[in-house]
Design a protein around this ligand. Structure first.
Ligand SMILES: Nc1nc2c(ncn2[C@@H]2O[C@H](COP(=O)(O)OP(=O)(O)OP(=O)(O)O)[C@@H](O)[C@H]2O)c(=O)[nH]1
Length: 932
């Protein structure tokens, strides 16, 4: 059957195989406005994806992520994508636990995404590598590492809730990496959904101009209810209608605007307005479009191809200044195929992305990676232990082609690795492949050490018989050494704020527990494990309660550890107050396996705040200043060495009261065996300091914002070469700093008595940045609860996103459209004096200028009830302690409609009263779990 556009007659049904047929294209080419048919799965055999032969041409590749607030519908949408692409034969359902993407038992049981799943599927001539990320704030790190390797993202919004707090957060995360983004406003079938309102929120909360590509279409059923039926595509001037209720969404009816004009004149008018708004918006950024408009004289005549071209260019820069907005209801199977077309049309191929930033020598030198470089450079962005396949390392290849059996160098660990097998992933299924091409995502099996976040490169080799090798060996070796330090930008790991003890059920289980914890750490670097040196207790720390619960499930259920997890507690920090205290010198002297190990060092501790104040005055006294994690700072001074008298040294001996060496590591006068400061002494001091700082003198919490100053006097602190080895230096450093911290604390650890000593050590607590979404009606109650009982500091209520559609609509009123249709100039205020470009860098959206489409629901159902459900966002800083169990409380305050997200803002010193509260709590029930 040849398909014709039937403007006035009954709707044709587009069946499999009819989209994009040549006949269809020819039929529509002569029509104006231009209508191009929608794509459909039938072009792809369902087996194609599994055969591992998906096209790998870079221009036809899309590495995309699905990011959003929890429950926005990411997994539901992804499952439809898989179905329409032909990848899966039936649609997976989140609520029934039958999805392809949420395949872990814990995910299916909880109905949430925990680990970002990766899947490859075809869409027309393109290959889409898609990552479905978790929405829960506890898994922000999981999102971060996925975003790190994506080229583009689809952000899904709940059309009822609008732009929620976690959406804003992931949006900013994506912005940091300049990831081009498109938006899909989902759940438009739900009562209370407001497309126009959501569009306005996109502009205000995400600071970008919404480019409305589609508007929703509702139809009234027999019960006079408005039912969401389809979307109006204002770029191609056509209507997609999913007529069949309860169907799988594959049969889509396509109509032109004449049909729309006859059946739904109001919606037709709105669609024309939407096109005007779109063309006007784009012409602010594109002179050529303005010229075209001036030539054609009507917004409706601008060809869709031109609009798409400009929009693609604007989206690809990744700044999110112009945001393509699509709409639908994936649960009702509406709107997903056009969204997939949008992915191909507006999101970049790896070639469209700027080159990846790399660094050499631990970040001391930076450069851009050339995508055409044939040497392999890949980032391990996810490591997962699979019971059948072993360690699976997910990589994104940035240059070169990774082939089976490639020899690799892990530049973070400086270890050699061999890629034994390569896989392309289809959620939990995999297909063996011979290679992973530049720009692609895949899995390596057989890597022994690689962790999440590590860089893998082709193992640098010296070519045999190369002339360079003969003539300039030194130069070549230094180039090879440099290459061996190449690293892609690391993934930032946030500080853990919760911890719990882990106890093996029997002593014999300890070893197995340690082994599986190593696996867990390789998988998830946002988990930390530490062992209390006194009690030997293992402590696991993480980002949130749910994060630790899931880690426990993984340890016990998947990795078969026989262990119990204690109560989940807040991870406080300890800090030293005031300027550097007295200098403490300790001698470490032990006999280990019949050999003496001895060294000494001096240390003083103080607060980083005071160090910063003195910084300029004191800088020259230090040989090195090292910024550590948790805001701690280590400074090192190595005094000049007195050499034994001899003819050459006599000059030196004359004024040899110990002085700091001239800054600059090369000048240090160290004994032979420690001579290379950078490779022997520095790492020894650093690991001693890190070990000492990991456990404070008060309650054993890690130190924060603390300045440690080390002074090494080689004349007195270093003994013979065999005694003062680098491990002796590490032990001496650890012992001395621990002693200095204890003396700053000013007392013994007397937790039982509840005293905190009278010294300079204080507790710090995590203070969270909290965004709470509540219905308008409950705003007052929640604000007073947060700022009263919980001691929070409310610093903002969301900009009042006025959804008075009438107001906004003025700028794009029917009169304005009529005017625009006849005026030689587009009607946008900025065009009044010709074209004035928006300064992209400083773009701040004026809500009054955002085009807000009227939707049927908005027109007929805009009522007080809708206002009542509109979520408002409260932003506050609240101590984490006050947020424990808050969700239940919030639900009770808001009749179950409130939700919140939070992230660590900073650690703050606690006053004595709050400290006492923590001590009481620990003494009351948690002293064992805290174990100090
Ligand atoms: N009415 C309606 N419900 C939807 C729609 N899309 C998703 N849902 C429902 O919303 C809930 C959450 O959907 P998910 O797909 O799990 O959302 P998610 O964003 O993947 O959630 P997390 O992975 O936990 O962050 C489920 O109950 C879905 O059935 C929609 O278009 N309309």
């Amino acid at each position: 059957m040849m398909l014709r556009i039937l403007p006035h007659s009954a709707a044709p049904t587009i069946c499999r195989g009819q989209f994009k047929s040549t006949a269809f294209r020819l039929a529509v080419r002569s029509l104006r406005p231009v209508v191009v048919p929608l794509s459909h799965r039938s072009r792809y055999a369902t087996t194609a994806a599994h055969a591992g032969d998906a096209p790998t041409d870079l221009a036809y590749t899309r590495n995309i992520g699905i990011i959003a607030h929890i429950d926005a519908g990411k997994t539901t949408t992804t499952e439809r994508m898989l179905f329409y692409s032909g990848f899966s034969r039936r649609i997976g359902n989140v609520d029934e636990g039958s999805t392809v993407m949420d395949y872990l038992p814990a995910e299916r049981a909880r109905g949430i995404t925990i680990t970002s799943a990766c899947i490859t599927f075809p869409w027309h001539t393109h290959t889409v590598n898609l990552i479905d990320t978790p929405g829960h704030a506890d898994f922000t790190f999981e999102v971060e590492r996925a975003i790190r390797v994506l080229d583009g993202a689809v952000t899904i919004l709940d059309g009822v809730a609008g732009v929620e707090a976690q959406t804003e957060k992931v949006w900013r995360q994506a912005e940091r990496y300049n990831i081009p983004r498109i938006i899909f406003v989902n759940k438009l079938d739900r009562m209370g959904a407001g497309f126009g309102r959501t569009v306005k929120e996109i502009g205000v909360k995400l600071n970008g101009w919404p480019a409305v590509m589609q508007i929703p279409m509702y139809e009234t059923d027999e019960a006079s209810d408005e039912v969401f039926k389809g979307v109006v595509d204002v770029v191609e001037n056509r209507v997609f209608r999913w007529g069949e209720s309860g169907g799988d969404g594959r049969n889509v009816e396509v109509y032109d605007f004449n049909w729309l004009k006859e059946k739904m004149p109001k919606l037709h008018e709105e669609a024309l307005r939407a096109r005007v708004a779109l063309v006007e918006l784009l012409s602010e950024f594109d002179d050529h479009l303005v010229e075209m408009y001036l030539e054609l004289g009507d917004h409706q005549f601008i060809p869709a191809t031109e609009i798409k071209k400009v929009l693609r260019r604007l989206t690809l820069n990744g700044r999110g200044r112009v945001i393509p907005v699509f709409c639908g209801a994936s649960f009702r199977n509406i709107g997903v195929q056009p969204l997939l077309d949008g992915v191909v049309d507006y999101l970049p191929s790896p070639q469209d992305r700027p080159p990846a930033a790399v660094s050499y020598y631990e970040g001391k030198e930076t450069a851009l990676l050339d995508i055409s470089d044939d040497r392999i450079c890949a980032l391990a962005f996810k490591v997962i232990h699979d019971p059948k396949r072993g360690m699976m390392v997910f990589v994104r290849v940035y240059s070169g082609v990774l082939t089976r059996a490639s020899h690799l160098l892990n530049t973070n660990l400086q270890t050699k690795e061999r890629a034994q097998r390569l896989l392309r992933m289809y959620a939990d299924d995999a297909v063996d492949i011979p290679s992973i091409q530049t720009g692609h995502i895949g899995v390596i099996l057989g890597l022994k050490h690689t962790r999440t976040g590590d860089t893998l490169i082709s193992e640098p080799t010296v070519p045999k018989h190369s002339p360079q090798h003969q003539h300039n060996k030194k130069l070549l070796l230094s180039a090879l050494n440099k290459e061996g330090t190449l690293q892609l930008r690391p993934i930032t790991v946030p500080p853990p704020v919760f911890f719990a003890s882990l106890e093996p059920n029997t002593l014999g289980e300890q070893k197995h527990l340690e082994e599986v914890l190593q696996i867990l750490l390789r998988e998830d670097p946002s988990l930390h494990v530490s062992v209390d040196p006194d009690s030997g207790q293992t402590l696991l720390s993480g980002m949130g309660e749910l994060h630790l619960e899931i880690a426990r499930d993984r340890l016990v259920n998947d990795l078969k550890a026989k262990a119990d997890m204690g109560k989940i507690n807040i991870g406080y920090r300890e800090t030293v107050t005031g300027p550097l205290g007295p200098v403490v010198r300790k001698v470490y002297d032990r006999e280990i396996a019949g050999r003496r190990s001895a060294a000494a060092i001096s240390a003083a501790v103080g607060s980083v705040g005071d160090f910063n104040e003195d910084y300029n005055a004191a800088e020259s006294a230090y040989n090195e200043i090292i910024a550590l994690d948790s805001g701690n700072v280590l400074t090192v001074t190595v005094l000049q060495r007195m050499l034994p008298p001899g003819p050459a040294e006599e000059r030196l001996l004359r004024n040899l009261s110990p002085q700091p060496c001239a800054p600059g590591n090369e000048d240090l006068h160290l004994p032979q065996h420690l001579q290379s400061y950078a490779t022997t002494l520095r790492p020894a001091l650093l690991s001693g300091a890190l070990a000492a700082l990991s456990r404070g003198p008060f309650l054993g919490f890690p130190l924060h914002s603390t300045h440690v100053h080390l002074t090494l006097n080689p004349n007195t602190d270093i003994f013979s070469a065999s005694e003062s080895t680098s491990s002796a230096m590490t032990s001496a450093t650890r012992l001395t700093i621990t002693t200095a911290l204890r003396s700053a604390f000013g007392g013994t650890n007397n937790i039982e008595g509840g005293n905190r000593g009278d010294g300079k050590v204080q507790l710090m607590e995590p203070v969270m940045n909290v965004a709470i979404s509540v219905p308008e009606n409950d705003l007052g109650t929640v604000v007073s609860d947060i700022s009263g009982a919980r001691g929070g500091n409310v610093y903002a209520l969301d900009d009042d996103v006025d959804d008075s559609l009438d107001n906004d609509h003025h700028a794009h009123s029917p009169r304005a459209v009529a005017h625009a249709g006849t005026s030689p100039h587009p009607t946008h205020p900025h065009h009044s004096s010709g074209v004035s470009k928006v300064k992209e860098e400083t773009l701040v959206i004026d809500p009054a200028r955002i085009y807000v489409p009227l939707d049927a629901r908005g027109l007929t159902h805009k009522s007080a009830a809708q206002h009542e459900f509109r979520p408002r966002t409260i932003r506050a800083r609240v101590p984490l302690k006050e947020m424990i169990g808050y969700l239940r409380h919030l639900r009770s305050l808001t009749k179950g409609r409130g939700s919140f997200v939070m992230a660590v803002d900073r650690f703050e010193r606690m006053d004595k009263g709050r400290e006492r509260g923590v001590l009481l709590e620990i003494r009351g029930d948690g002293s064992k779990a805290i174990g100090r």
